[in-house]
Design a protein around this ligand. Structure first.
Ligand code: ZN
Length: 535
C-alpha cells in the first residue's frame, strides 16, 4: 500500500489539548455500541484505520466503556438534522455524534439515502486534527501525514450540517460504472457526497405507458397527437423509442397514478421520455399551456410546455399520495406561469449548458432559470453537465472557476442541491472534483487555498507547473466554446494547446522532488495528456 506523506502537518494540532496519542502511546479507546447502525460502525473503523495509518497507534473499538481509559465516543443523536454532526470535548473524552440511519453507507444511494452524520464527523476530525485529505479515490491520492502526537483542544465544539440536500457528482465519486467502483464510492462518502432527501429523476414515461403496445391493444389515443397522427414511436433517443403520452387522457392518468402507488421506490420518477418535440397537440393538452413561448436557448420561440408538464406531475403526486420527481427540461425548462407545485413533487432543473459556461449568453440563461426556480420551489435541485464524455473523450478540460461559480449560483438562488457531471478521471479534471465536492458541503469555503493545497500536497515542488497546466486547459476550453458551436471543431481547436501542456509537464518533471508518489502522479498525468493526443 502506498501511503503518501504530506510536507506539512495540520495547522490546528495543539500541544496543550487532550493528548490522544503521544510518543506512540495512547490511553484512549473508541467506544461504539455493537448494536449501532452500519453507518456508525463504519465511522468507528474509519477512525481507527486512519489514526493508525497516521500515528502508528491502533485504538481499540470497545463497548461498553473500559475503565481506566479515556474515550472517543461515537453515537447517534436523533435530534440532529440528517447528515449533520457535532464534535465536542467532555472532560477527558471526545464525543463524535451525528444523525445516522440504517442501510449500507458504502454505497451512495440517492433514492433511499443513508444518513451518515457520525461518519462525516469522523472525517471532519481526521481532516482537522491529522491533516488527512481524500483527494482521489485511491491510496495515491489519499494524503495521510505522519504524526507522533495527536491532540485535540479541550474546548472542542464543532457542529456542521450540509448546505445542500443533494450533493452528487456523476462520473466522479458514487458513479456506478466506474472502473474502481468501491473505492470511488468510498471517496464520495469521505467527501460527504450523497443526499439528505430522496431523489430520482428518470425519463420514465416509456416504462410506465408503452404507447406502441397500447396502440396494438386498441388504445392509440394514449399516445401524443403530433401533426394529426397518434405518434407511438420516437426516433430521436433510441433507448426510449416510445412516443410521449397524451397527458390529458384520463386512462393514461390512472395508469401513472397506479404505477406511482405500486412503486416501492423512495421517490417515483415521472419525467417525459428524453429528447424534444413529440408532445401532444390535442386540444385538451394544448389548453393547459400558458400560451407563452420560450424566450432563449436552443428552443427559443417554441411553445412553452412547463404548465402542462408540472400539472401532470402534480396530478400524479396528489392522487397517488407519493413523492414524485420530474425534470424541468427542454421545452418545459421554465417556471410554470399559472401552476403552483404540489408538495409531493420535486423538480430537477436540467438546463444542460454547464459545459458552455464560457459563453455569456449561456451563463445568463442559467442564472435566470436558477433564480426563477429557486424562488418557485426551494426543493428544486440543479442538474447539469460540465464534462460531455461523448464530445470530450479524454480531453483535459477542467472547469474549475465555472463549476465554482455555478455552485455559488445554486446557493444564491436557494436551490436544494446539485447533480453535476464531471470528468471521469481525476487527471482530466484536476482539482475540480475535489473543490466541487467540498463546496457542495459548504459553498463558502476558500477555494483558492484548497486548490493550492491540493496541488502542493499531490505534486510537491512541481505544483506551480501543474497549476499552470490546468489553468491553461481551462482557459482554452472557455475560449473554444465561445468560438465554435460545432463539437468536432471545438475539440480540434482545443487540441492546439497540446504542445504547451506538454511543455508544462516537462517543466514539472524537471522540478519535482525525488518522491516516488509525486513521480507516479506526474506519470498518470502524462498518460492522460498522451491519450488526449491519440484520440
Ligand atoms: Zn393530449
Amino acid at each position: 500500500m502506498v501511503v503518501a506523506l504530506a510536507t506539512f502537518a495540520a495547522p490546528s494540532v495543539r500541544a496543550d489539548g487532550l493528548q490522544i496519542v503521544s510518543h506512540g502511546l495512547s490511553t484512549y479507546q473508541i467506544v461504539c455500541s455493537q448494536d449501532a447502525v452500519p453507518a456508525t460502525l463504519l465511522a468507528a473503523t474509519e477512525l481507527q484505520q486512519f489514526i493508525e495509518q497516521s500515528t502508528g497507534v491502533r485504538l481499540p473499538i470497545v463497548a461498553p466503556v473500559k475503565r481506566g481509559l479515556s474515550s472517543i465516543v461515537l453515537r447517534y443523536t436523533p435530534a440532529l438534522p440528517r447528515d449533520s454532526f457535532r464534535l465536542e470535548a467532555s472532560g477527558p473524552d471526545i464525543i463524535i455524534t451525528g444523525h445516522d440511519t440504517k442501510g449500507n453507507p458504502g454505497v451512495i444511494n440517492f433514492e433511499n439515502p443513508v444518513s451518515c452524520g457520525t461518519l462525516y464527523g469522523v472525517y471532519e476530525f481526521l481532516e482537522r486534527f491529522l491533516g488527512i485529505r481524500f483527494y482521489w479515490p485511491d491510496t495515491l491520492g489519499t494524503i495521510v501525514p505522519k504524526h507522533a502526537e495527536l491532540s485535540v483542544p479541550t474546548g472542542l465544539h464543532v457542529q456542521q450540517a450540509p448546505r445542500f440536500a443533494l450533493r452528487r457528482l456523476q462520473y466522479g465519486p458514487g458513479f456506478v460504472n466506474h472502473r474502481d467502483e468501491d473505492a470511488t464510492r468510498m471517496w464520495g462518502r469521505r467527501l460527504r457526497l450523497g443526499a439528505s432527501m430522496p431523489t430520482r429523476f428518470n425519463h420514465n414515461w416509456w416504462r410506465i405507458v408503452d404507447v406502441e403496445q397500447w396502440a396494438r391493444r386498441g388504445h392509440a389515443e394514449y399516445a401524443a397527437l403530433v401533426n394529426g397522427v397518434r405518434s407511438t414511436v420516437y426516433e430521436k433517443v433510441p433507448a426510449h423509442r416510445n412516443g410521449q403520452v397524451c397527458t390529458s387522457n384520463a386512462e393514461v392518468q390512472d395508469i401513472f397514478v397506479a404505477a406511482a402507488r405500486a412503486s416501492k421506490r423512495g421517490i417515483f420518477p415521472v419525467s417525459p421520455n428524453d429528447g424534444y418535440g413529440g408532445f401532444c397537440q390535442c386540444e385538451k393538452c394544448q389548453s393547459l399551456d400558458s400560451g407563452r413561448v420560450i424566450p432563449d436557448g436552443r428552443f427559443a420561440g417554441r411553445r412553452d410546455l412547463s404548465d402542462r408538464i408540472v400539472k401532470f406531475y402534480n396530478l400524479i403526486g396528489e392522487r397517488s399520495g407519493r413523492p414524485v420527481a420530474g425534470y424541468a427540461y427542454n421545452e418545459y425548462v421554465g417556471v410554470p406561469a399559472h401552476t403552483k407545485l404540489h408538495p409531493n413533487v420535486s423538480i430537477s432543473l436540467a438546463i444542460n449548458n454547464a459545459f458552455l459556461s464560457g459563453r455569456p449568453d449561456e451563463r445568463a440563461r442559467a442564472e435566470r432559470l436558477y433564480r426563477a426556480w429557486g424562488a418557485y420551489s426551494p426543493t428544486t435541485t440543479a442538474y447539469d453537465i460540465f464534462y460531455l464524455t461523448r464530445q470530450m473523450p479524454n480531453l483535459l478540460a477542467p472547469l474549475g472557476t465555472d463549476i465554482e461559480r455555478r455552485i455559488r449560483l445554486v446557493e444564491e438562488s436557494g436551490l436544494a442541491g446539485a447533480h453535476f457531471y464531471i470528468a471521469p478521471k481525476m487527471e482530466l479534471g484536476g482539482p475540480d472534483a475535489y473543490v466541487a465536492a467540498k463546496m457542495l458541503w459548504d459553498p463558502r469555503i476558500d477555494t483558492v487555498r484548497i486548490r493550492e493545497a491540493y496541488l502542493q500536497d499531490l505534486y510537491g515542488s512541481a505544483w506551480r507547473s501543474i497549476q499552470r497546466l490546468y489553468e491553461r486547459a481551462a482557459q482554452q476550453w472557455r475560449h473554444v466554446v465561445a468560438q465554435h458551436k460545432n463539437a468536432r471543431k471545438r475539440r480540434q481547436a482545443f487540441l492546439k494547446i497540446l504542445p504547451t501542456l506538454r511543455a508544462d509537464l516537462e517543466h514539472a518533471e524537471r522540478e519535482c522532488d525525488d518522491d516516488p508518489a509525486v513521480k507516479e502522479r506526474l506519470f498518470r498525468l502524462r498518460e492522460a495528456v498522451g491519450r488526449m493526443a491519440s484520440e
